[in-house]
Design a protein around this ligand. Sequence first.
Ligand code: CXF
Ligand code: ZN
Length: 366
Amino acid sequence: MQITAAVARQQNAPLTIETLELEDPLDTEILVKLVATGVCHTDMVVIAGMMPTPFPVVLGHEGAGIVEKVGAAVRKVKPGDRVVMTFNSCGQCPSCQAHHISYCHEFFPRNFMASRADGTSALSANGEKVHANFFGQSSFASHAICHEANVVKVPEGVELELMGPLACGVQTGAGAVMNALKVQAGSSFAVFGAGSVGLSAIMAAKVLGATTIIAVDMKPERLDMARELGATHVINPADGDSTEEIMRITGYGLAFALDTTGLSKVIKGAVLALAPMGTCGVLGASAPGTEINLDEVHFMSGGRRLMGIVEGDSNPDTFIPLLIDLYSKGLFPFDRLVTFYPLDKINEAIHDSESGKSIKPIVRIG
Ligand code: CXF
Ligand code: ZN
């Protein structure tokens, strides 16, 4: 069938809206007609050429839409189902068997290599191969092919076009707090970076009943938003040393910290701001080879912990419905982060996300 897609033809170039040919789904594949798709920072990292994802490629990994067709072996969904598409996983490895599928041993190839296992692609442009299956979807398109492993049903009664970001950025921040750090009621929590991931973490910390919730960011308008969503304190590092300010607010340091920046200096400061037995999560991706350095004696002597987190250690089949339920009850207003764009303005959406004008762009499709 013919579809419309935003194609990344080469690194650091605007996406081009093109008509492509999409093959029928294979036996285990699911064809989804997109309603909308979120734009995540990881799409931009790939456009910038920082990952080995091959070009030309259709990116996009926060897709929301309606199932149009399923392969003969598919049982999980049927045509007409409302779904979001999340990250892909193998289902077989020790992490998947232990239900920590975001730590799938094949996470990298299955999400970043934009190919089927046999190297083929369902997409082409006038006979030329266009890489697909990015995060098991490639959702910057009118239609995408996904898998049982990464499709999640969306209940009736919520706006489907809003739901895509739950499948990556929002579940990354909220899951880091709820699934990985397991922030406790009455505890202290600080997030470094108040973008869509950090703000989702703040909303989750509020849901869990953390009583000191600190947002650290350089942008005053992000700090304002953080306050509106639940931060009890905000810190702009431009005004002075954040670690010292956190020690002043908390007395003896944080029970939980979360770095969303991936910056070594910020992570070092976040760990220095931990109380004894405190835990710092890190989830921002920086350039391969980037090192973290810590004050060894401070880190060791207080029994402090540093934890890598991918996709909020989420089980999307249960965690996304949980976030939808909280959203429906007004307890997780992630819609406050969203700005909508039409598909032909996708480059503007990407630009606005990079500049900070938009916290979480969603591209409407169709
Ligand atoms: C990514 C973030 C960086 C590490 C791999 C997973 N998640 C999606 O954007
Ligand atoms: Zn993402």
